[in-house]
Design a protein around this ligand. Sequence first.
Ligand SMILES: C[S@@+](CC[C@H](N)C(=O)[O-])C[C@H]1O[C@@H](n2cnc3c(N)ncnc32)[C@H](O)[C@@H]1O
Length: 375
Amino acid sequence: MSVLAPAGESPERILAEIRTASEAFGAAREGTHIAAYAQARVIRNVTWLLAEGRWALAGLADAGALIDAIRLESYRLSKSEREAIEQAVKAADASVSNRRIARMLGVDHQTVNNDMAGENSPPAPRNANENNGQKAAAGENSPPGLSGEQAARIVGRKEDAADARRERKTDRAEASVLPPGLHRGECRDVLAWEAASVDWVITDPPYSREFLPVYDDLAEAAAHVLKPGGSLLCMCGQSYLLDVGAMLAKRLTYQWQLAYLTQAGGQAVRLWDRKVHTFWKPVFWFVKGRYEGEWIGDVATSGDNDKRFHEWGQSESGMADLMQRFVKPGDAVLDPFMGGGTTGVIALALGARFMGIERDAVAFAEAAERIAGQA
Ligand SMILES: C[S@@+](CC[C@H](N)C(=O)[O-])C[C@H]1O[C@@H](n2cnc3c(N)ncnc32)[C@H](O)[C@@H]1O
């Protein structure tokens, strides 16, 4: 029997993706929300791996090992998504207890009992023969078996719509005239730009551990592009604050740390591994040389929680409160981790010039469209 991974990907890579997503989304990410697209993909991959003994292809002993490896508690699963996973687990190994499945899903075991008893929703097909029937109908290139088929039904429409949106946005960004100063690429690309040409680098890189190396890039880029006396304002999470500070301090002078309060916007975030509900994030302030500007108050407040333009986006109210105490009309502002472009929108509103860099095509397209509307 040939076993095909979805979209020609290997089971090992799919498991790694699920683990990374689960860890990153469930435990380590600060101030972020799970994108529907990412959630749909994780659910599809979990159900696909559970079907037909594919856990073995991913190097796991049994379905239980897969179940224990995945934590989905931070995902807000709909009833049908939850049931798809429950069905897939039972089809993979009927001896797995409801309590174990509940732990995996992050729900009360009574919820799983009710699902299984058909009390929370109409029952879905459960036996292996039905799986095989659906597999035959699905054809060789789609994930075979009940789980894959179910998952495809559940997430397929969402993913199609998300894919179409991504394509439309990327096409638009490539076809339209970009606002000047926007560059799709890497933070490090700044090293090829004119030195000492920017007054402020104001940015919000990703916070999780796997992104730590970008802070070295940021320090190098800022040291190159800032004018003497220019400042870097860098939002960061709490978890790796000491590492981030040490990286930035290699090239720039530590000035201060501001508090960016998120509670007003209802953005309290649970950090599972630290057991903290956090209501603020630090903003590192580093200077190239010596700061000669005005006195600064060190608390900024975000009044709302705005994820319209980027899943990790900052609110305009918060960025305005932060930036208005530093940026003057005519200043040059760079954000080399532009995301959905909030820094750019506020820089332009303050009468400054803006340059932005973003690696992700969809985020770049979103930001370009937003900033073009502002300019
Ligand atoms: C936290 S988000 C920025 C959100 C932004 N402040 C907003 O309000 O929309 C960080 C962004 O950095 C981008 N990124 C990550 N590594 C990068 C790199 N090396 N160069 C450029 N962009 C990068 C990610 O794609 C992501 O969109």
